[in-house]
Design a protein around this ligand. Structure first.
Ligand code: ATP
Length: 606
């Protein structure tokens, strides 16, 4: 079995745990309402039994013309009222409980997501499938409530009507039960299969979602039109949809066959029972009231069994889905949270010692024994060809992953011993694949330091240092301009503004600069989308900012790294060259070759 298949399996123990977790969650989201619902459900389930008995008594008294029927008629009217009214009120309360439980579950899910402090688990496709099912489960809490209510009401009706039937004919009770038990077992089996199909279909659904996002989203719209790939993507989307449909159709066919046979069996049992009751009444061994009771009891038992079977089956199917929720909520953090103290202020520096890394056991090695020191107060640059592992190394420094082998030391302390949140508190970064948030300009900067979100002066200062202030100030609502055309922000219904790639990059830089006083500044390709003038200007500012601070700059533009205190070249997963710009040029190896290549490129321009 591959690791992924193991990740995907849901065992009986997990379903039991899911049942307990669902019960706890329902209780927590409103104990009084839940108790009220259970009481109402029990009353609604017993009312039809009372009605059947009262009808029998009334009929017997009417036929034999003995005894008063006035009181019975009033009782019948109340039972009828209960039969009609209770389900309506219960439906209302059930919806309230369902919504409250969904809210608690959703909150729990996102809190659990926050505990996955690294990226390894998060990037696992099985985890992503599970996450989507878990999210869906949050919205389907009302169905679990229905399952609980249906099981309780089905059980009570079944016991009540079976008892009534038993009084009239123990033999018929046995026959009805014998016909019903296979139906119950079949429903349970089908529920398991349905859940398995749902799980399998999830992979298709996620891929379909991916294609639909591409086709309906703005980011891919230009390429889709230029390359004319809309029909190609639509065909892929439809393939996924068809695969999901096929799996679901096969399941529906199986259900149809099973349930068709079981319905015929139920009808045959009911018909035989009716024939027996009517002939017995003609012989005088049953009264007219008994026949009415018998008919009500057989119908009641079959209806109760139907309710019970489908409630248990649906409840079980929902629990199987809910098991994914429980698995996500209880998943261990993917990184040990570090038994040590919070990261101390950096005094000596960071040291990578024989660091090896691969994204998973199935992936090739990206880093193969990196040794590198980033001394406190030094500006270090990292260069290398595409795919050399520079961004990977950055993610290790931020502890998005732990090294597969080797250690990264923060003033001599292994990063594994430092709680990730406290480590990240000490780092500021511009990532190569930075985010563009569909929020206002001010929020796009303030997200770098929540404490500064309402401090306009700090935001303006960061934007100025990143060379973004003039552009933001010229926006229709300045820093409060929404940088999105996807949705309205707050009360603002005006259309937002779309920035260019380079302008977004400056905002990402401002977001990292607003994070003042951090011990380590990481700049991963902070200027790749800028025009030459802006690039020159931004690098001059970065140089100024890096002076005397510990920083790591990654750039393919070698002129931008030339004044770093030390430059490391990453090649074949190791640091192949290390020195200052001048010493590396003097060495005449890879760095010197690349630098001359770039410089010649510029000089070749007439
Ligand atoms: N999340 C991931 N899962 C699996 N492999 C990955 C992941 N991210 C990167 N890789 C692989 O790791 C290798 C190094 O990628 P990385 O992004 O670190 O290179 P880089 O030196 O930053 O490249 P570039 O100069 O193009 O930005 C690549 O082969 C890439 O395919």
């Amino acid at each position: 079995m591959t690791v992924r298949e193991a990740d995907r399996r849901i065992g009986a123990g997990q379903v039991r745990a899911a049942g307990a977790a669902a019960a706890g969650l329902l209780w927590r989201s409103g104990p009084a309402r839940l108790t009220g619902l259970l009481v109402m459900t029990a009353a609604a389930a017993t009312a039809p039994i009372a009605t059947a008995w009262l009808t029998k008594l009334v009929l017997d008294r009417l036929v034999s013309r003995t005894g008063a029927v006035g009181g019975l008629a009033v009782a019948l009217a109340f039972a009828g009222l209960a039969v009609a009214a209770l389900p309506v009120v219960a439906h209302f309360v059930r919806a309230q409980i369902g919504r409250a439980a969904s809210t608690v579950a959703t909150d729990g899910l996102f809190a659990a997501l926050g505990r996955q402090v690294g990226l390894r688990t998060f990037e696992n496709p099985a985890y992503q499938d599970r996450l989507r099912l878990a999210q869906e489960s949050c919205g389907r809490m009302p169905e679990i409530v229905d399952g609980v209510g249906g099981t309780l009401s089905g059980t009570l009706s079944l016991v009540g009507f079976l008892g009534s039937l038993f009084v009239l004919s123990p033999a018929m009770t046995g026959v009805v039960l014998a016909a019903a038990i296979p139906a119950l077992l079949a429903e349970l089996l089908l529920a398991r299969r349905r859940a398995a199909v749902e799980w399998r279909v999830e992979r298709f659904a996620r891929r379909e979602f991916f294609y639909s996002q591409l086709l309906t989203g703005i980011p891919a719209a230009t390429e889709i039109r230029l390359f004319g790939i809309g029909a190609f993507l639509r065909a892929r989307l439809m393939d996924e949809r068809r695969s999901a449909n096929d799996a679901q159709r096969r399941m529906d066919e199986r259900e149809l066959r099973t349930m068709g046979g079981l319905t015929a069996l139920s009808a045959a049992v009911a018909g035989a029972g009716l024939w027996w009751a009517i002939t017995s009444a003609r012989d005088g061994s049953l009264s007219a009231g008994d026949v009415s009771m018998f008919v009500a009891a057989v119908a009641g038992v079959q209806a109760a069994l139907g309710t019970l079977a489908s409630s248990i089956a649906n409840g079980q199917a929902r629990l199987l889905s809910f098991a994914h929720y429980v698995a996500v909520v209880r998943a261990e953090p993917d990184l040990p949270s570090g038994s040590g103290d919070a990261a101390p202020a950096l005094r000596q520096g960071l040291e990578l010692r024989d660091v090896w890394f691969r994204y998973s056991d199935d992936h090739p090695w990206v880093l193969r024994g990196v040794d590198l020191t980033i001394p406190h107060g030094a500006a270090v640059a990292l260069v290398g060809l595409n795919g050399a592992g520079k961004s990977t190394l950055v993610k290790l420094l931020c502890r998005m992953y732990d090294p597969t082998r080797g250690r990264i030391l923060w003033d001599g302390v292994d990063l594994r011993d430092i709680p990730p949140a406290s480590l990240r508190e000490r780092i500021s970064a511009v990532f190569q694949d930075h985010m563009n948030y569909d929020m206002t300009a001010a929020e796009n900067i303030g997200l770098g330091e929540l404490a500064a979100m309402d401090d306009r002066a700090r935001l303006v200062d960061a934007a100025t240092r990143a060379g973004a202030h003039d552009r933001i100030a010229a926006l229709p609502r300045g820093y409060d301009t929404p940088l999105t055309r996807i949705f309205e922000i707050g009360e603002d219904t005006s259309t937002g503004v779309v920035l260019s790639g380079g302008q977004w990059q400056r905002l990402a830089l401002a977001r990292s600069l607003v994070r003042e006083g951090r011990d380590l500044m990481i700049l991963d390709e902070p200027s790749s989308g800028l025009d030459p003038e802006a690039e020159h200007e931004v690098h001059a500012r970065i140089r100024e900012h890096r002076h005397g601070r510990t920083s790591l700059l990654i750039s393919h533009r070698l002129s931008a790294v030339r004044d770093a205190d030390r430059i490391a070249v990453l090649e074949d997963g190791r640091v192949s060259e290390l020195g200052t710009h001048d010493s590396l040029l003097a060495d005449g190896r890879g760095y010197a070759r690349l630098f001359r290549l770039q410089a010649d490129g510029y000089q070749a321009v007439p």
